[in-house]
Design a protein around this ligand. Structure first.
Ligand SMILES: *[C@@H]1O[C@H](CO)[C@@H](O)[C@H](O)[C@H]1NC(C)=O
Length: 189
């Protein structure tokens, strides 16, 4: 009965494939404890940056919050940007400067306020306030743990502080969500 053998063979192969697929998916969803040292890190084309999505919306299926571990080499910084989510920082190492333009009714962010941030300090960015974080310490890396609400993040980028809010460019999906976003979209099709 060569046909029966063939069918059994087909069933075995498809079972193997689907089991493999399921365990790969559940490895993402169900691995409770993950070693941050073994998680993917990348600079996403920004020299001096290291970004790890510690717990993410697209990567781990989180709905309400997302957490990043980021390291900025001396002199490096985030873009000037805003997002309609809350963001909390804890400075783990180093020091730097936070530039923050509180949300006002003017057309552009304008001259930001400056705040020194330091190891074991924490700060949060109110929804839609335009901000930028710099490692202004020439000696040391600045390492921060970041929590955002409402992931995945939708970031509006400004070229400079006087750029009108309406001219800020939306970058979505953001760099670290790009590949995952494509994968997710493909999976849904
Ligand atoms: C940060 O502050 C907390 C609260 O005082 C303290 O327990 C902790 O050891 C500090 N961490 C560092 C790295 O200084």
């Amino acid at each position: 009965m060569p046909e029966l053998t063939f069918i059994i063979h087909l069933l075995t192969v498809s079972l193997f494939i689907s089991t493999g697929f399921v365990s790969q998916c559940s490895a993402q969803g169900l691995t409770i404890v993950r070693n941050i040292g073994e998680m993917p890190q990348d600079n996403f084309g920004r020299p001096g940056l290291s970004h790890i999505t510690v717990a993410g919306s697209l990567m781990h299926g989180l709905k309400e919050v997302e957490m990043w571990l980021q390291t900025f080499a001396p002199g490096t910084h985030t873009p000037i940007h805003r997002h309609s989510c809350e963001e909390v920082f804890v400075v783990l190492k180093g020091s730097g400067t936070l530039y923050l333009a509180p949300n006002s009714h003017s057309k552009s962010p304008g001259k930001p306020q400056e705040f020194s941030v330091f190891s074991n300090s924490t700060f949060h960015i109110p929804v839609n306030d335009v901000h930028q974080l710099w490692n202004t310490n020439e000696e040391e890396d600045l390492q921060v743990l970041v929590v955002i609400s409402r992931p995945p993040v939708k970031i509006f980028i400004y070229d400079e502080w006087l750029m009108p809010h309406t001219a800020a460019k939306l970058k979505f999906p953001y760099y670290w969500d790009e590949n995952l976003h494509q994968t997710t979209v493909k999976d849904e099709l």
